[in-house]
Design a protein around this ligand. Sequence first.
Ligand code: BG6
Length: 493
Amino acid sequence: MNDVFPKDFLWGGATAANQYEGGWNEGGRGLAKTDVTTGATAQTPRYITYQMPDGTIGKISQRGEKKPETAKFSVVDGYYYPNHVGTDFYHRYKEDIALFAQMGFKIFRMSIAWPRIFPKGIESKPNQEGLDFYHKVFDELKKYNIQPLVTISHYDDPLYIEEELGGWENPEIVNLYEKLCKVLFEEYKEDVAYWLTFNEINAAIMDRFFIKDVSDDLVKAGYIKLHNQLVASAKVVKYAHDHYPQFKMGCMIAGLVTYPLTCDPKDILATQQKVQELFYYPADVQVRGAYPNFAKKVWEKYAINSSLFEKDAETLKQGKVDFFTYSYYSTSCETTHEDVELDGGGNLSMGAKNPYLQYTEWGWSQDPDGLRYSLNDIYDRYLIPIMIVENGLGCIDEIDENNVVHDTYRIEYMKCHIESMAEAIADGVNLIGYTPWGCIDLVSASTGEMRKRYGMIYVDMDDDGLGSLNRYKKDSFHWYKKVISSNGSDLSN
Ligand code: BG6
């Protein structure tokens, strides 16, 4: 596979503040919902804890449930909150960035914790200590010539916004987000060129997979949240284009790659509809600057008054992104056949199991061909540069007495996916970068576990928060280093 990857291909790795950074109560940082979210397992849900005015405590599961009106989300005794420490980037960023540099990273995807900059989101002035922290991180990256790829919002909006202001269902949040972005752009204009406005923006409309018999009202609320985020994204993309022409502004969508389970035309249509509603619906807005034609059908289906969204058409038109990014872990199958069990899990979405694929312990399929398929599909539609900003195998690693992890399974997974990217490039896709997820072990978003590891760097920390947090290189570390230094032409192990 010689010279398939372009010379300036952006090899790197990806993380997010809420799962990695820690330092939850340091440097003037405010709370995010992830700070009041407990750990869990693949079988038990994560909970959000609260306290009543009389001191009694309670919890609700992450999706769908509502807390009692007078309750306040709180950190309470007797629960473990894994995101508080993450894997401690806050204190160990120098050591970690040096390790990324050893692997040869050209780009490092990270997010900025909004509550570190504006603790509640509503302050008129940013928190200087928070701004300083990211300056130090960017300076460190610069030392090694690693470009930051910054996600502005990655699942950790200030808790105050969520709890007191109604979260993204409230269109006023757009102004708070714009204020945040203006500060970030001005502050880091010399340091950051690549920005993603929201992580997995379609996560807002994925409740249907996780809440049994989800109500139309909840689905509708999801589309309203999503619309407000799309407006916010368009506004700051336009602002960036007007004021910082050197910036490259990107969208980030959860890859929802879905196949029909059978060749029954009804399965084909159902698949098309699912992908339209959940993937291309927001992607078209961010790339083409307008809702697709099929959006009207979606609004009708959920009794959404279209004028609610159509009034912002001009704003959306002005905020088209420069590059497209998505997360790609697995694929699922769609069917209209009622006798089929929908037991195929996946990142944010579910469906029927694919008999041709292997599944991980967390029920996610492994499908490198789906990556090539989706890259072709997306590039054909949009014709703008693409980056894969999340991809990887979440699994249990065993560390031996010499602190070595022989993760041949991870190497195998990454190898097949890199081959698939190379094939897509040969097909004509303009793929410009690859940042595999959790390049260093971090807390799982869905389960809060540490044992679901993605990294090429092992972090000594367990599901109960016990461990030294020391870092150790896995076999995949050395392998990925070789991949990067050969610009993807040597994938051997
Ligand atoms: C993506 C998120 O959905 O998948 C990440 O952007 C997340 O935040 C990743 O960690 C993997 O999911 P999980 O649940 O295995 O951590």
